[in-house]
Design a protein around this ligand. Structure first.
Ligand code: C2E
Ligand code: MG
Ligand code: MG
Ligand code: MG
Length: 293
């Protein structure tokens, strides 16, 4: 870059911090507009049973369509958390995803109903308005009871405070299940698996990537599956990209998976089409009702 003339030279000496701030400002202005115009989009990635690939449900994944294409969430969720935009954004995701999946549940009635997994950021989870948002969606969306799963990361649990416990108890009462996303990548202790009413562990893709060639990774994932089994939790393996990974995970007793091997995140129309082909095939429940703890 130093060899290019003029503009390139200037860029070379422009402090990175400044570039960051310009982009940040643009992003923030864009977020302001996008929220007022509800200009976001959702994609849905199937969660499947590893044995047989029957669709158990969908995870909603947010996208931000801009002139240059779809901006992935990694590029705006943390900013939205800092600015407080995450609250209206998160409420929109919940409402929109619940109304889509409620429709699919009506069109493809089965026992158990399709589940809907929604990602919730830490900042969103601890906001006093969050439970109200969930309550409203549970009451009004027509989503089958017990089919909503909220995905949180270990960072939420590390706070270990009373507010988190109260929020979780309320969610349980609403029939909402809780999944730990990116499980294994955080810095929290394993004891929280007993302390909090958790239903599902989503094993992070970084553990799945090398399982075919790396025996230590196999041992770690096997360990997670075993712990989950003993504690009565379901396991979803994230980021399954090839048949070798699928077969290994199936053999070690991991029930559920997600990944490009099965399906990429898709539009609501595509998900609907997928269901009209496979929708009447019964899948195992991701979450079964357990005694309140
Ligand atoms: P996540 O919840 O762990 O979602 C999994 C990510 O991995 C998604 O990226 C998904 O598209 C991608 N993925 C799934 N299968 C594969 C695979 O086989 N290979 C590879 N390479 N990738 C795969 P995405 O959609 O870009 O989302 C990234 C993260 O952004 C999510 O990670 C989640 O933490 C966050 N996020 C997405 N939607 C929302 C939302 O509505 N609210 C909040 N708060 N966060 C969200
Ligand atoms: Mg997730
Ligand atoms: Mg995840
Ligand atoms: Mg992940």
């Amino acid at each position: 870059a130093a060899k290019t003339a003029g503009k390139g030279q200037w860029q070379r000496f422009r402090p990175d911090l400044h570039v960051g701030m310009v982009e940040r400002h643009e992003l923030q202005a864009g977020l302001d507009n996008a929220i007022s115009e509800e200009a976001f989009a959702l994609r849905y990635q199937p969660i499947v049973e590893i044995n047989g690939a029957a669709v158990t449900g969908f995870e909603a994944l947010i996208r931000w369509p801009r002139r240059r294409g779809l901006v992935p969430p990694d590029q705006f969720i943390s900013l939205a958390e800092e600015t407080g935009h995450i609250m209206p954004l998160g409420a929109w995701v919940l409402e929109r995803a619940a109304s889509d999946v409620a429709r699919w549940q009506r069109e493809h009635p089965r026992t158990p109903p399709l589940c809907l997994n929604v990602n919730v950021s830490a900042r969103q989870f601890i906001d006093p308005g969050f439970i109200e948002d969930v309550q409203r969606v549970v009451d009004t969306s027509g989503l089958a009871s017990g089919s909503l799963v909220l995905e949180i990361t270990e960072s939420v649990l590390m706070r270990r405070d009373e507010q988190i416990r109260t929020a979780m108890r309320t969610l349980k009462r609403l029939g909402v299940s809780i999944a730990i996303d990116d499980f294994g990548t955080g810095f929290s202790s394993l004891s929280y698996l007993r302390e909090f009413p958790i239903d599902v562990l989503k094993v992070d893709k970084s553990f799945i990537d090398d399982i075919v060639t790396d025996g230590q990774q196999v041992a770690l994932v096997e360990g997670i599956v075993r712990i989950a089994d003993i504690l009565g939790l379901q396991v979803i393996a994230e980021g399954i990209e090839n048949a070798g990974q699928r077969d290994l995970l199936g053999a070690m007793g991991c029930r559920f998976g997600q990944g490009y091997l099965f399906a990429r995140p898709m539009t609501a129309d595509e998900a609907q089409r997928l269901l009209s082909v496979t929708g009447d095939r019964r899948a195992s429940p991701l979450v079964t009702r357990r005694a309140e703890r």
